[in-house]
Design a protein around this ligand. Structure first.
Ligand SMILES: NC(=O)c1ccc[n+]([C@@H]2O[C@H](COP(=O)([O-])OP(=O)(O)OC[C@H]3O[C@@H](n4cnc5c(N)ncnc54)[C@H](O)[C@@H]3O)[C@@H](O)[C@H]2O)c1
Length: 445
């Protein structure tokens, strides 16, 4: 099938490459020259396990092509997937300008009966806006407008994206007619999706499903962070509490870690967008708003506590060096968008401290955000980052940090303060090694 994809980001590139892998003839449009330059050399412009090999394979097979010109993609596909960014506006609502700009090109050029599918995360009601925009653009260029619009929200997790595409837990088709549903089923037919995991619903329900899933996970994280503070204040240990919770299969085990909060390109913006959608619809989303507020405070909290300790000890931040392990918002990605590490680093750098950070994959993307601070430096290894440091903050739970003994950390550091934002170290081992160990909910561990 001829398929077009708009956007070669974390979602669009995975979608385009995997659809080519399924045998489709895919044209992917991307506006970023930097991303296109990397792609022209067969390189994935970001870190995603398995992507490089898949990309090379599909480019060599001729099933996947890239273009800087959305009009080329528009003229190609009988099914066209929009995977452009929908970043937050200043008030927290979603910026649909990239999506609607792509719609203008599609309306002007796409085959008259194409199916236009939104993969980007978009507020409920965007499908209708998109349909109107397509009709308007088509009519303005004197063309018939018989496009159909569908929603096929993306549920991939960065770091596991290929697996999530090839073995999805569920696939949602938001459609308003049988032909669109049949076409989407054809697109994914090679995956042999089970009926139980294929959900067909209205476009609006599909749009809301994506926000509902992300907001639920964000709420769990913020709830555990509040609970961790209560545990610290009352003599309980959050690790024991979590064990008791997760053995209840109604609760489940996932997303129950307390820590320095959630980040990434999805949770923060999707939760705030959901809150704005609630306001606009006159249906206030109080729980999502609370999760957002708690997370905002949580992301900077460890830096705040560190500065407070220094102040109590009469130490000037300008004389101190902080090592940060992990810049990415989670392991197995180089994505630093909204990462807690950046929030903490910025707070410490503004206070005058020196920050030396190490991340196995996100050094480049992290440095692009923090390189403007003269006292920010990258370390080549985790060991180099802590050498002579006064404090260590662990902001991402990369596998390699789990195996570093607390004693080695203590020996390398000048000071002994450790803020473990991801519960990576054992509190007992850290304290036994002479580290002053801080982690949410583990005061009584
Ligand atoms: N990253 C994730 O884990 C994830 C998961 C699920 C859903 N989503 C959603 O998917 C969407 C895309 O996310 P992302 O992380 O891939 O974003 P991204 O910023 O990495 O990529 C978007 C790309 O679209 C390109 N673009 C913008 N306008 C274009 C146009 N008219 N034609 C062609 N390309 C255009 C941009 O240059 C950019 O490279 C967002 O709505 C996001 O919320 C993301």
């Amino acid at each position: 099938m001829k398929i077009s994809v708009y956007g070669a980001g974390y979602v669009g590139l995975v979608q385009a490459s995997c659809l080519a892998h399924l045998g489709h003839d895919v044209v992917c449009a991307e506006l970023s020259t930097a991303r296109l330059t990397a792609l022209a050399q067969g390189k994935t412009p970001f870190y995603e396990p398995g992507m490089d090999a898949l990309l090379s394979e599909e480019l060599a097979a001729g099933r996947l092509r890239f273009t800087h010109d959305p009009a080329v993609a528009a003229a190609h596909g009988e099914v066209q997937f929009l995977a452009v960014g929908t970043p937050p506006l200043a008030d927290g609502s979603s910026d649909l300008s990239y999506l609607l700009a792509a719609a203008d090109t599609i309306g002007e050029r796409a085959p008259a009966e194409s199916l236009i599918v939104t993969k980007s995360t978009v507020p409920v009601g965007t499908g209708k806006k998109l349909a109107q925009r397509l009709v308007h653009a088509a009519r303005a260029s004197g063309r018939p407008a018989a496009f159909r619009v569908a929603s096929n929200p993306e549920f991939l997790a960065e770091g596991n994206a290929l697996n999530d595409f090839l073995k999805p837990q569920r696939t949602v088709f938001g459609v308003s007619d049988a032909r669109s549903e049949a076409q989407l089923r054809d697109v994914y037919a090679p995956l042999k999706l089970s009926e139980a995991q294929t959900l067909v619903m209205s476009v609006e329900s599909a749009e809301l499903s994506k926000y509902a899933a992300n907001a639920m996970l964000a709420v769990r994280i913020s709830f555990m962070n509040e609970l961790a503070n209560l545990a610290d204040a009352t003599g309980a240990c959050i690790d024991s509490v979590r064990e008791a919770m997760q053995l209840d299969d109604r609760v489940g085990a996932k997303f129950l870690n307390s820590g320095c909060g959630y980040g990434g390109s999805c949770f923060p913006k999707d939760v705030s967008s959901l809150v704005k959608q609630g306001e606009a619809a006159g249906s206030v989303m109080r729980i999502a708003a609370a999760a957002d507020e708690i997370n905002d405070a949580q992301r900077g909290e460890m830096a705040r506590r560190l500065l407070q300790i220094w102040q109590a000890e009469g130490r000037a931040p300008a004389e101190c060096v902080v090592a940060i392990w992990g810049l990415a918002f989670k392991p197995n990605t180089d994505d630093v968008r909204e990462a807690p590490a950046l929030v903490m680093a910025e707070r410490l750098l503004h206070a005058g401290a020196t920050v030396r950070a190490y991340d196995p994959q996100a050094s480049e993307t992290g440095a692009a955000e923090l390189g403007r601070f003269p006292k920010f430096a990258l370390a080549a290894t985790a060991a180099e980052a802590v050498q002579g440091a006064d404090a260590l903050i662990i902001a991402t739970e990369w596998q390699e940090f789990l195996s570093i003994p607390a004693g080695i950390v203590k020996q390398a550091m000048r000071g002994s303060l450790v803020f473990d934002g991801r519960s990576v170290l054992s509190p007992t081992a850290a304290r036994a090694a002479g580290l002053r160990y801080h982690a949410f909910g583990r005061v009584h561990a």
